[in-house]
Design a protein around this ligand. Structure first.
Ligand SMILES: Cc1cc2nc3c(=O)[nH]c(=O)nc-3n(C[C@H](O)[C@H](O)[C@H](O)COP(=O)(O)O)c2cc1C
Length: 161
């Protein structure tokens, strides 16, 4: 079994950047969730709000890595309308029975992180070993890195226990 898989969805790049940085830090594998239909422009934005508010599960693509092959799966999503992004909901619906341990992170303008992470944990039916919420301002300033390091320390601690 491999140690860690980072799985993230990102519409505009923030969550992907954090996910990639964390994967590099830990030597983890990385899986991106891709949209089947484009979410660009105002219509894409509105559809995203609608799908998140009404807990839709849109069609997604991944490269097909099996999260069941990993001791820890780190799941990252942007906050959309106070919820997880709809494509992450699709991923969790499809794979949640395969997870061993999970850690969660979200990116956001500033509101809805706690609720989003709570909802992801509920859907997975597991208590996450760590959870972090990162604001867009922290991404701009680069001050999120201490949060990533605490997530990495927690993962190492568990590996040794
Ligand atoms: C459809 C949509 C809804 C959003 N809703 C929220 C929200 O409820 N609360 C919030 O703090 N930020 C919200 N945001 C901002 C994003 O969560 C934030 O910019 C995030 O970093 C984007 O991540 P990404 O670049 O990986 O897509 C929303 C963005 C989009 C596109």
């Amino acid at each position: 079994m491999h140690n860690c898989l980072v799985v993230c969805y990102s519409r505009s790049g923030h969550t992907a950047r954090i996910g990639k940085e964390f994967a590099d830090l830990c030597g983890a594998d990385l899986e991106f969730i891709d949209d089947v239909s484009s979410r660009s422009g105002p219509l894409g934005y509105l559809r995203s709000v609608y799908e998140s508010l009404f807990h839709k599960e849109p069609r997604i693509n991944t490269s097909g890595k099996d999260p069941g092959d990993y001791a820890v799966v780190v799941l990252g999503t942007p906050v959309w309308a106070g919820n997880m992004a709809a494509p992450m909901r699709s991923y969790l619906a499809r794979h949640r029975m395969r997870f061993h341990r999970i850690a969660l992170f979200c990116t956001m303008g500033g509101r809805g992180g706690d609720r989003t992470l709570e909802e992801m944990a509920d859907l997975c039916g597991k208590a996450p070993m760590a959870r972090i919420a990162i604001t867009d301002a922290e991404i701009r300033r680069g001050s999120y890195r201490s949060k990533l390091q605490s997530l990495q320390s927690r993962a190492l601690e568990l590996e040794m226990s």
